[in-house]
Design a binder for this molecule. Structure first.
Ligand code: FES
Length: 97
């Protein structure tokens, strides 16, 4: 389902971005463009962000964080990870370039 019509961003794309580490509307806007035009999607995107972050907190506090992290990363397609790395200007060693 599309959350942001202007930028054609789906709930799946937002969930993947959150699973990859996005934790604010600013990050979603920078990497996906959510809310960067008409702004009509901001409440829905914010609600999805809050829901996903709450779910991640429950998951990571209920079991080993190392296992959860491995599971989350492997669920994100490599092409999407590459776009996130490019968007956030991260170098190979994980540091901001
Ligand atoms: S619907 Fe997202 S900016 Fe317009």
């Amino acid at each position: 389902m599309y959350i942001c019509i202007c930028k054609a961003v789906s709930d799946k794309a937002i969930r993947q971005e959150i699973a990859a580490g996005a934790s604010s509307m600013r990050e979603l806007r920078q990497c996906l463009g959510v809310g960067s035009q008409c702004g009509q999607c901001v409440p829905a995107a914010q609600q999805l962000l809050s829901k996903e972050l709450s779910r991640e907190l429950v998951c990571t506090s209920a079991s080993s964080t190392r296992t959860e992290t491995s599971t989350k990363v492997s669920a994100v397609p490599q092409a999407h990870l590459n776009s996130i790395i490019a968007c956030r200007n991260i170098s190979c060693d994980g540091q901001a370039a």
